[in-house]
Design a protein around this ligand. Structure first.
Ligand code: HPA
Length: 247
């Protein structure tokens, strides 16, 4: 079964025919929200709102381990994560969709592994290619079919937030090779890998990163809200198409 983790602007999926909701208990505490099970294009899907249904949980307080564990326990084999990002690379416009192929983790202080010692064997997961290429390619193919423009590839910089960055921090991320910046990519991506769940991100550019483009002097929060609404319509269409194409 495929799971959709919805980020800012995507707290529900209008195309989902809801069958049931379930509050899943985990050894790591409570997930961000109840899991919503249903169907899109005749395929079973489960939806989880990363920041809660009322969008009240900030990125650094999301219980990523509980979320991922709950999905795995519910029979999820693949996750499409939707995340809003700021554009670092000049080639991205606000409203663009990016399917990153790499990430750099700048977060700290988050519970970022299931392999946390105790009486368990030490495990080091391979993370050379953090996103599941096959799932990413399914999204690229679905985007082509629907005519939704996407950037095939990108480097996601995961930062803690909740504050936005300084212009100098964004320059540093750019020098590191990052092309977009967001606050929720880690540890979500690695926890999926640890559980053996396929994972890809649909990143929605909601602003130019600090110091770039029209964010040269400041980032306007008001404009972000408007962008989110229109971009999420495209994301829903893209997800529908990914599911239609599922074999
Ligand atoms: N920085 C970090 N996270 C973000 C941004 C940003 O500019 N926009 C959306 N999420």
């Amino acid at each position: 079964m495929l799971a959709i983790i919805g980020g800012s602007g995507l707290t529900r999926l209008s195309t989902l025919a809801v069958a049931r909701r379930e509050v899943v208990r985990t050894p790591y505490g409570e997930p961000s929200s109840a899991l919503v099970f249903g169907q899109i294009a005749g395929r079973d899907v489960v939806f989880l709102a990363r920041h809660g249904y009322g969008h009240t949980i900030p990125p650094h307080r999301v219980n990523y381990r509980a979320n991922l564990w709950a999905l795995k326990k519910s029979g999820v084999a693949s996750i499409l994560a939707v995340a809003s990002v700021g554009a670092i690379a000049a080639e991205y416009e606000v409203g663009d969709l990016v399917l990153p192929h790499q990430l750099i983790d700048y977060t700290s202080g988050r519970e970022n592994t299931f392999f946390d010692g105790g009486d368990r064997q030490v495990v080091h997961v391979d993370f050379t290619r953090p996103y599941t290429e096959q799932l990413r390619e399914r999204c690229v193919a679905a985007a082509r079919l629907t005519g939704i423009p996407v950037h095939d590839g990108g480097v996601y910089a995961a930062v803690c937030g909740p504050r936005l960055e300084t212009a100098a921090e964004i320059d540093r991320l750019a020098r590191d090779g990052a092309t977009v910046v967001g606050m929720t990519g880690m540890p979500e991506t690695v926890l999926a890998r640890e559980l053996g769940v396929a994972y890809a991100t649909i990143a929605v550019v909601v602003n130019h990163a600090a110091g770039r483009g029209d964010s040269a002097l400041a980032i306007s929060m008001e404009s972000i809200v408007g962008v989110l609404e229109t971009a999420m319509d495209e994301v829903r269409l893209l997800i529908d198409q990914v599911l239609k194409e599922a074999s």
